[in-house]
Design a binder for this molecule. Structure first.
Ligand SMILES: O=C(O)CCC(=O)C(=O)O
Length: 248
């Protein structure tokens, strides 16, 4: 009756028995396949990172940190517990909205973000191995297999916080890329040209996204538009950004 309503030809009893057997077989083999592969099937659909070249030397890998986000963010929290966040200041000493902290080596040249007067810089915890290994892996995937960062800079943004267009030029070795990892609230990241006035691309960065810029892109101006209010289960009302650099 049901088959009729669906416009199918009704089966005789023998055919029904065969169909039932085939259905059970098909269902059970599907189940076996599912239970063996469930995680891989799921994670390939949901977690597989992208590889998008924005400019030569700038690569966006969406979702790259998702698989390890709990471990990586816990390592960042550990750094912040040892070296608390504080307001950054502009080179002219004005307080900035973004809160910052660092781990690993000190920049040997002028430090754009650190408000401490020269000679009184804050103690820095060492870079956790999990973060170091992840940054090296990301750089390698982006085409920079020789990247060996010795510092990680952490920015924390709350609703309304932005970061003006700037170049990262205070690291000693500009042949090494910057690896940037985002956690928590999304933001619009601006990636411009080698001149401040060059038109910037607007790139949505979400929790777990990684962007790497080096080589011909190393001196591109970049910044962050004001972060919109929101809540993320891992970071609450904040966006965190970790940049890995070779500074000494
Ligand atoms: O928060 C970001 O995504 C960018 C951070 C940045 O540009 C910096 O710390 O120099």
């Amino acid at each position: 009756m049901r088959e009729k309503r669906r416009g199918l030809t009704p089966l005789n009893p023998a055919s029904r028995a065969i169909e039932k057997f085939l259905n059970i077989f098909a269902f059970s083999s599907l189940f076996r396949y599912d239970s063996a592969q469930a995680m891989n099937l799921f994670s390939q659909l949901v977690v597989e990172p992208t590889h998008e070249e924005i400019f030569t030397g700038s690569v966006l890998m969406r979702g790259m940190a998702l698989e390890q986000d709990t471990e990586l963010f816990a390592a960042a929290e550990h750094i912040m517990a040892q070296s608390p966040l504080h307001h950054a200041t502009t080179p002219s000493g004005l307080p900035m909205q973004v809160m910052v902290t660092d781990c690993g080596a000190h920049r040997t040249s002028m430090n754009r973000w650190n408000p401490s007067p020269p000679g009184q810089s804050r103690p820095r915890p060492p870079m956790p191995l999990s973060l170091l290994a992840f940054a090296v892996h990301c750089a390698s995937k982006a085409g920079f297999p020789h990247f060996r960062p010795d510092a990680c800079h952490i920015n924390r943004y709350q609703a309304g916080t932005k970061l003006g267009l700037h170049q990262d030029k205070h690291e000693c070795d500009l042949s090494q890329p910057i690896v940037s990892v985002s956690f928590g609230l999304e933001c619009v990241f601006l990636l411009g040209g080698l001149e401040r006035t060059d038109k910037a691309k607007h790139i949505l960065l979400e929790h777990g996204d990684v962007i790497v810029w080096g080589g011909p892109s190393r001196m591109r101006f970049h910044g962050v538009q004001p972060v919109k209010p929101g809540f993320h289960p891992m970071t609450g009302p904040y966006r965190y950004n970790l940049t890995f650099r070779k500074v000494s």
